[in-house]
Design a protein around this ligand. Structure first.
Ligand SMILES: Cc1cc2nc3c(=O)[nH]c(=O)nc-3n(C[C@H](O)[C@H](O)[C@H](O)COP(=O)(O)O)c2cc1C
Length: 181
């Protein structure tokens, strides 16, 4: 069987292919990314986000979020982040080191979204606010809290457990190397 992790080049190509598929296919391994940021106090914070788009040439990942969520304030203080996914079929862990910039989404992204989806970015109730009881967000056409996160990937680390020896690799700029698992 073809070994997708036989070479460093193959390994890196596999990661970007998985990311592209992740943005296109719900249920694929990279569709949900765990995003780690640094809080104001320096403590780590993690949560899951949907991968919305990938620009392989620019090494950029696009995610959407609510402008009043804590991660926005955290990224304002420190844009460094890590993103992670696990591909169970390939037995591959992928860690992505990135810098994230926050922008107001462009109007095309907003209009491409269903009304139900837009409710994720509704002005009320704001994320994290205390509620008397769980409440559906109001359906809203107000895009003022819609934010796009652009993760500029600076370093990729893979750990393949598919065969012995396990293989761990690092990709940074144009450099690629194997390291001990
Ligand atoms: C399967 C799943 C998908 C999610 N997708 C997103 C997403 O695309 N964007 C987002 O902001 N939050 C998403 N969330 C919610 C976040 O994990 C998190 O709870 C929320 O954004 C608040 O995070 P914060 O307080 O750290 O900013 C998702 C949660 C789950 C369980």
């Amino acid at each position: 069987m073809n070994d997708p992790f036989a070479t460093l080049d193959d390994t890196q190509a596999f990661v970007w292919e998985k990311l592209k598929t992740g943005a296109e296919k719900p249920g694929s391994p990279a569709h949900l990314l765990t995003l780690a940021t640094v809080s104001k106090s320096g403590a780590p914070r993690v949560r899951i986000l949907v991968l919305r788009a990938v620009d392989v040439d620019a090494k950029q990942l696009i995610l959407f979020t609510h402008g009043a969520s804590e991660k926005i304030e955290e990224l304002g203080g420190d844009p460094r982040a890590e993103l992670l996914f696990w591909d169970a079929d390939a037995a591959l862990q992928v860690r992505l080191r990135a810098r994230i910039t926050v922008s107001n989404g462009d109007p095309d992204e907003w209009s491409a979204m269903s009304v139900g989806r837009r409710a994720n970015y509704a002005p009320s109730p704001l994320p994290g606010r205390e509620l008397e009881r769980p409440t559906l967000p109001a359906l809203s056409d107000d895009a003022s809290f819609f934010r796009v996160l652009t993760a500029q990937v600076e370093r990729i680390e893979t750990l393949s457990l598919a065969a012995l020896p396990h293989r761990r690799a690092v990709f940074e700029g144009s450099q690629a190397r194997w390291i001990a698992p």
